[in-house]
Each structure stands twice: as C-alpha cells, then as structure tokens.
Design a protein around this ligand. Structure first.
Ligand SMILES: [Zn+2]
Length: 326
C-alpha cells in the first residue's frame, strides 16, 4: 500500500481520513523566543495546550493535519514529536523556506556561480529533509513549501520557488505555495514551477480561497493545481460566508476535485507576543481548528455542496495529492 510520511512515520494513504491541508501547530521564531520569549513563551504549558487542541480536533472526526511550518515559521521537529506522541492525529510535516521578499543570507553566497560554487544548496537541503529526514530526528518531510506573495517575484523568491520545483521533480514530493489572493500571485507561482518541469497536479495554491474571483480560481484549477480553501476563520482576509459561496460556486461547476480545506490556524503564533490570546479572541474568534467541523461543513451543505463533494475535498483529494506518480 502507498504511504505518506508523518511525524510518527509512514501511514497508509487509505488511513489518512478527513484531512485539513493547511494547519500549523506553532508559528514561532526561534530568535524571537530566545531573546524576548521569557515574557510570553511557556514551553511546557504551550505543548500541553497544543495536545489538548489537537485531541479535541481529532474528536471532531479530523484524523490528519498537513503542517507547512518550515524555516521562516519556526519549524522545530523535536517539539512536534513530543506532541505527536500524545495525540492520535496524524501530523504531516514539510520542508522549504517561508520568506516573502528576500533570500536568507545563509543561501546568498552558496550556489552555482556564487562565491561558494556548489550545486543549489536549497535543493540539497530540501531533498535531504525528504529522503533522509529532518535534523537527525528521523522524521521525513512529505511535501515542499514556499511563498510567492507578489505577482512579480523577486530574484530571491524565484530562486526558492525554482528550487522547490526541482526538489519536487527529484523526489515526487508535492508542493504547497503561499500566495496572495489579492495579488493573484498563484499564476506566478505555477509559472515558476512549470518552468522547472514540476507536475502542477501536485501543487496546492495556498490561500487561493482568499479570492472570490472565479475566473482566477478556475484558471489555476484548469492548469491542474489544487485550490487551497484554507483560511477559514481568517475573516479579515475574506469573510467566511464569501468563502463558502465561492466553494459552492466552484463545486457546482465540478471543481470539487480541485479544492482542499483548512484554517491556516495554529495553537500559538508569536506575531502578537504576549497579546496572543487577547488578539485572537478579539480579531479572529473563529480562527481555530474546529471551525470547519462545527460551522463550515454545515454551511457548505446548506449552500448546496453535497456530502460526496465534501468527502472529495476532505479525504480523496489529499490522498491523490500525496500519491506518488508511478
Ligand atoms: Zn500557513
């Protein structure tokens, strides 16, 4: 049986079950924590909190989350291993690089034709995480992540996207790309991946659901990509009822085989420092793991989406995404 790598090791694809395709456990800068976290970061309390939240999600019938937390978002696999050991939920982790504007200096001087003239180190590092495992933990990344926030990609962003595409071609691992619905940068991302020969049917255009422009969304899906309808609860980017209406309109046109669901939620994000809990409660009260199960699936059904279409987005499409080409 084909399998997918998770934090606890390979899981048969047929056992993934209901899968949220874009959720973080923590978004947490290591440098932020090390220098200012004494004010607001309690490792043990936050690990316990995460275990509680993930177990509550599992109790709602969701059995897998796909977590694109890479360098730039604070990937820390040993911490995630502690959590995965105490929840039945499957956690699928990623490799890649999360930056909006500039390549990190750590890659600026290494690469073909650069000061240290070596094969593209981004590809080397990404493939290592997929083939050998991450940082000596034995946990293997199952997919690749990068960002194309702007419709015109900077040289650094283009280099990262091309490296992600090449690592995908080399390993068969699929891709999730952060995009801007407002800037419609999904097209730019697909162009960059396609130029390197990546299989666009193995790409999730993340945050596509921030857009309600059906022409933009169908154009991405018609190239084979999945639309990440993955920010439920982040109503400031696109209100929930609008997101539901857009999914219903696309499902009615037969695009349920090209959509996946998620919240882009987390147990803790350090963007608000010590005000984390208060800011979330005030600005995004629905931005939590259970919003889709509690509120959005009933709303989709009420909007005319069938249970079969929901199952496709929640179960069948994630399996297809992680199924390696023969
Ligand atoms: Zn995210």
């Amino acid at each position: 049986m084909p399998t997918v790598e998770t934090v606890r090791g390979p899981v048969e694809l047929s056992d993934l079950g209901a899968t949220l395709m874009h959720e973080h456990v923590f978004v947490l800068s290591t440098e932020h924590v090390q220098n200012y976290g004494d004010e607001w970061w309690d490792e043990e309390a936050r690990v316990e909190d995460a275990i509680g939240k993930l177990n509550a999600l599992h109790a709602k019938g969701i059995t897998t989350i796909v977590d694109p937390t890479v360098w730039g978002l604070g990937r820390n696999i040993p911490r995630i291993q502690r959590i995965a050991a105490r929840t039945p939920l499957n956690i699928v982790v990623a490799t890649g690089l999360y930056v909006y504007e500039e390549l990190p200096q750590q890659y600026a001087y290494r690469g073909p034709g650069l000061l240290l003239d070596v094969p593209e180190p981004l590809v080397t590092d990404f493939v290592h995480d997929i083939a050998d495992g991450i940082a000596g933990t034995g946990v293997k990344a199952a997919f690749l992540k990068c960002c194309v926030e702007h419709a015109a990609a900077s040289p650094g962003i283009a280099r990262i996207a091309r490296a992600v595409a090449r690592a995908s071609v080399e390993t068969g691992a699929p891709i999730t790309v952060h995009t801007s619905g407002h800037e419609q940068s999904g097209k730019t991302a697909l162009d960059l991946f396609a130029a390197e020969g990546a299989d666009l049917t193995k790409v999730v255009v993340g945050h596509a659901g921030d857009s309600n422009d059906l022409d933009y969304l169908m154009a991405l899906a018609d190239r084979g990509a999945y639309l990440g309808m993955d920010r439920f609860g982040l109503d400031l980017f696109n209100p929930g009822p609008e997101r539901v209406k857009t999914i219903a309109a696309l499902a009615a046109r037969g695009y349920d085989d090209r959509m996946v669901l998620g919240h882009d939620a987390n147990c803790f994000i350090d963007y608000f420092g010590g005000a984390h809990d208060a800011v979330k409660a005030a600005a995004a009260p629905n931005w939590h793991y259970e919003h889709i199960s509690d509120d959005i699936l009933p709303a989709l059904l009420a909007a005319g989406v069938t249970q079969q279409q929901i199952d496709r987005m929640l179960i069948a499409n994630p399996v297809a995404y992680f199924t390696k080409a023969a």
